[in-house]
Design a protein around this ligand. Structure first.
Ligand code: GLP
Length: 252
């Protein structure tokens, strides 16, 4: 695990974008795993800038988003498809045929999950997966208690997640979602976990330094062989100064 602590959100976003740009330049046909939420907004803003000003191309890349609300049309303003269009896809040269999100309107949820897993496998697996972390430690929409062996599945959201995420879009969100499972995420060749702000400090410390347990889904990331964690100073505040500090590289 490589933990990088940045001075602030702006620098964290730049560093995350540079890592993705590096991946795309090294392998233009990369398969990227993408996340939603407020945390990656700065990352997407910087990727759009790099595309416009520095010629960063997504033309040969394939993308898979972690999750989508179950029951929402792609055009729904609350959908993750809309979020991704607004903040990234509409502003870069990604091929729409190679953009993937679970279908929130799939009549058969189970079949949609199987189809999504198969599409990831057919693309050769995910090269680099971007992750945020929920306040309760969820990754994707894998809520506390999710078995570590799960692949893409229909999930029930906790009351806390429904209320936090409804506040974000200022409208009630569905209580179910389709999410890549913990195992789907852990199969990615590399993972980039982003967290910012004081409200993530406690869960970040528990996830990175505590016991690996299904009660805190992000803790399983400790076992990933190629995990980079990018934090701002506030989110890193509760990491213990002892053992973990040895791993913390200050890159200002
Ligand atoms: C949602 C997403 C997660 C994301 C989390 C954190 O629930 N499904 O993938 O990591 O929110 O969101 P934020 O970055 O807004 O704190």
């Amino acid at each position: 695990m490589d933990i990088l602590v940045k001075e602030d959100y702006e620098r964290l976003s730049l560093a995350a974008a540079r890592l993705i740009a590096q991946q795309l330049r090294r392998k233009p046909e990369s398969v990227l795993g993408l996340a939603t939420g407020t945390t990656p907004l700065g990352l997407y803003r910087e990727l759009v800038r790099m595309h416009r000003e520095e010629g960063l191309s997504f033309a040969r890349a394939t993308t898979f988003n972690l999750d989508e609300y179950y029951g929402l049309a792609p055009s729904d303003p609350r959908s993750y498809r809309r979020f991704m269009e607004e903040h990234l896809f509409a502003h870069v040269d990604v091929d729409p045929a190679r953009v993937h999100l679970p279908d929130g309107l799939a009549p058969d949820g189970e079949a949609e999950c199987a189809r999504y897993e198969q599409a990831i496998a057919q693309a050769g697996g995910i090269d680099l997966q971007v992750l945020g972390i929920g306040r309760n430690g969820h990754i994707g929409f894998n809520e506390p208690g999710t078995s570590l062996g799960t692949t893409t599945q229909v999930v029930d959201l906790t009351d806390e997640t429904v209320s936090v995420n409804s506040r974000l879009v200022q409208a009630e969100i569905p209580r179910r979602a389709i999410s890549m499972g913990i195992k789907s995420i852990m199969r990615s060749h590399a993972i980039l976990l982003l967290a910012c702000g004081p409200e993530k400090a406690e869960i970040v410390a528990k996830a990175l330094e505590g016991r690996v347990t299904p009660d805190l889904p992000a803790s399983i990331l400790q076992l990933h062989p190629n995990l980079t964690v990018l934090l701002d100073r506030e989110a890193a505040a509760f990491l213990s100064p002892g053992e973990a500090a040895a791993e913390v590289r200050e890159v200002l």
